[in-house]
Structure formats: C-alpha cells, structure tokens
Design a protein around this ligand. Structure first.
Ligand SMILES: NC(=O)c1ccc[n+]([C@@H]2O[C@H](COP(=O)([O-])OP(=O)(O)OC[C@H]3O[C@@H](n4cnc5c(N)ncnc54)[C@H](OP(=O)(O)O)[C@@H]3O)[C@@H](O)[C@H]2O)c1
Length: 358
C-alpha cells in the first residue's frame, strides 16, 4: 500500500508527506530531481520513507517511481506543463492518482481517454480544491435562491513551481475576470473591482478583484446555484500589476516572469505577516440576508494544500474507486471541513445563521 509522492519535498509535497507519515498511512516514496533533498526529508519522516531520483523529462524514471505503488500523489510542477505525464504513468502502474493541481487541462485530457478502473483525482489543493469544498458545506435545500460570496487570498510567499502555474493560469480554462455566475451561466462584465477597500477578516486597504474560476462555475452549474460572486484579494497592487504586465509582455510564455512574481509576494510579506484566508458566505436571494459562513485562515497555503492532498490520498487508499474527478466531486465536503477544524495549522470559524439582513 505504498504512496509515491512526486515533488515530495517541495512546499506542498513535503506537507503532504509529513501528514501521511504522521498517520502512518503507508510506506512513502519521495521523488524529485534532487536526491539529497528527498533523502533529507526521508530521514525526518523515519522508517518506511525512501528517496528516489525522478525527472519528469525522463519517462523511464517516472514509470519506475510509480511501479508497485497503490497511490501516486503528484506535487511536482509547474502543473500546466506536467499535464498528464505522471497520471499516465500511474495508470500504467495500476495505481490511483491524486494531483494537487492539474485542473481542467488535465481533467479534459484524462477524460478523453478510455475510463480508468482506478481513481484519478485532480485539483486536490486549496485553490482549486478547498475553494469549492467550503461553499459546498453551506448549501441548503434551495440552491436557486442561494447566493455564494467567496473571497480568497492574502499575503503569502509564492514558490517556484506555483509562480509558473499562476502565470500559466490565464484564459477560459481557468476562469473569467469581472464575471459572476447568474441566470445559470457565467455572466462576464457583471462584477467590478474594489480597490483600496476594507474587508472583514482580510483587513483595511486591500484590493478585491472579481475572478470567477472554472471550478466555482462548475459547482454553481452542478448544484443549480442562483448566484455566485468570487473575488481574489491582494494586500497591494504588486501581484496584480506583475501578472497584468507578464501577460501583456509575454502572452505566449509568461513563465519568464516567475521571479518577479515571487519577488512581489516577498515585498508584500515585508509589510504584512503571512496569512491566507478563504471566506465563503451564503446569502438569500433576493434579500441578501447572510445565512451561513465558513472562514478558514492559515499562515501557509502550501501546507494547507498538502493537507488536502494527503486527505485525498488517504481517502483513495481507504475507499478506492474509479473514474476521473475534481477533488470537490470526490471528497466529502463536511468530512473535509471537519478535518480542517481539527488541524492545528487552521483557524476556522462557522456562522450558521444571522438574523440581521446585510
Ligand atoms: N491547488 C492548489 O491550491 C495549489 C496550491 C499550491 C501549489 N499547487 C501546485 O502544486 C505544485 C507544487 O507546488 P509547490 O508550491 O510545492 O512547488 P515547489 O515548492 O516549487 O516544489 C516543486 C517540486 O517539484 C519538483 N520538481 C520540479 N520539476 C521537476 C521535474 N522536472 N521532475 C521531477 N520533479 C520536479 C521539485 O523538486 P526538484 O526541483 O528538485 O526536482 C519540488 O520537489 C505546483 O504545480 C503548484 O501550482 C497547487
């Protein structure tokens, strides 16, 4: 029952590995190009963890890493370049596959193939991942009169692989700027940016930029939600300005801006302590009355993504299954929320109902 974690000593992979090792779920394989880093983590994890040299550009090394494992967890990136490289090796090895990212580009590729008799779960991270699961815990009996408001962001570091993925995540596969979900469809141009605003739980003088992700649109479509508004929240203009500049300057390959993007995040952290927030609120249509809220805060979204990835790998081991799914279709939303509330890195808050119309 081995779990093989590719990118297993990166920011997300190491967090997933530590969680899985602490729960003694299975023997772990830790893989990446730098054997020294894999070995250092294995020493920390203790018995049962083994270090492996794996390079995504060497298909034989990826195949050897996956062979004989029960679950392959891919935390190597950039995910939108890795695409199905690891997933196909996991299929070949007869292993379940979990990807902390991958998202629609990977989902589409895997669903174009003959169905797998093993599980393939993508987007098992924070965003996408928890950004769908938190709203799902709020749904009641009448989705048509439900409005979900989602605010996500805060000052946090940006790792090398994540910087490249953030830059590559542009276009209709990822989301629509200035859009909301209403009348059963993505409605472009229906949301406006709020610059220099004050948001509860995010603080004063933040920027809330409307961006409806394809994941959020998918849960809205799947559950027949009346309306969904989604905003990415930034503590300065540095990151949105760097992204806009990169996309305008290098539309074909913006990854050359990864260093600048990471530096923008570092500059934000010189003025703010690290904090990542997901605030999901449910309101009635048409009154706008707040009827439920889930708040999740953590210092490090990579550790949080590692937790979600580990929960997904644990569920795949425990229950098995087949088919290709985004994590929000595979994980039980309430069980996941419960795991978050009992994890020491998470600060969570629930408001069930409020009598006061907002
Ligand atoms: N869904 C979410 O919310 C979410 C959140 C955070 C991150 N992510 C995604 O998760 C992935 C990992 O992010 P991270 O922040 O953990 O990145 P990271 O800290 O930069 O770690 C990347 C890992 O992948 C390995 N790697 C890179 N290139 C490789 C290659 N060619 N062959 C084998 N291994 C390779 C790296 O080791 P070596 O360089 O030594 O090989 C390292 O272990 C990214 O795709 C990121 O976008 C998703």
């Amino acid at each position: 029952m081995t779990i093989a974690i590719l990118g297993g000593y990166g920011a997300v992979g190491a967090a997933a590995a530590r969680r899985l090792a602490a729960r003694a779920a299975s023997p772990l394989r830790i893989g990446g190009r730098t054997l020294r880093s894999a070995a250092a983590l294995c020493e920390e994890l203790g018995d049962g963890a083994t270090a492996h040299t794996v390079d995504l550009s060497d298909s034989a090394s990826v195949a050897a890493f996956c062979a004989g494992s029960t679950v392959v967890l891919n935390c190597a990136g950039p995910s939108y370049r890795v695409l199905d490289t690891v997933a196909l090796a996991a299929r070949e090895a007869g292993a379940h596959y979990v990807d902390v990212a991958g998202d629609l580009p990977l989902l589409r590729r895997l669903r174009a193939l003959p169905p797998s008799d093993r599980l393939e779960v993508v987007s098992a991270g924070v965003m996408p991942g928890l950004t769908a699961i938190l709203p799902l815990t709020l749904l009641g009996d009448d989705p048509a009169t439900t409005r979900i408001d989602l605010h996500v962001g805060g000052p946090v570091r940006i790792t090398p692989a994540s910087a490249q993925d953030i830059l590559l995540a542009t276009g209709p596969d990822f989301g629509t700027p200035s859009a909301t979900w209403r009348d059963g469809r993505v409605a472009p141009g229906t949301a406006t940016a709020r610059w220099h605003t004050t948001l509860p739980h995010f603080g004063p003088d933040v920027h809330a930029l409307p961006y409806l992700t394809t994941e959020t649109a998918d849960i809205a479509r799947h559950h027949g939600l009346g309306e969904v508004r989604q905003h990415s929240v930034y503590v300065s203009e540095r990151i949105p300005t760097t992204l806009a500049t990169a996309w305008a300057d290098s539309p074909d390959d913006p990854t050359s801006w990864a260093g600048e993007l990471a530096a923008a995040a570092t500059a934000d952290l010189a003025q703010h302590r690290p904090s990542y927030t997901i605030l999901a609120e449910r309101r009635d249509i048409p009154s706008g009355r707040l009827v439920g809220q889930r708040l999740l805060q953590a210092d490090d979204p990579y550790r949080l993504s590692g937790l979600v990835a580990a929960l997904t790998a644990e569920a795949a081991l425990a229950h098995g299954g087949s088919g290709t799914w985004p994590a929000w279709r595979f994980l039980d939303a309430h069980e996941t929320w419960s795991a978050l509330t009992s994890d020491p890195q998470c600060r969570t808050e629930v408001r069930a109902t409020s009598a006061a119309p907002l």
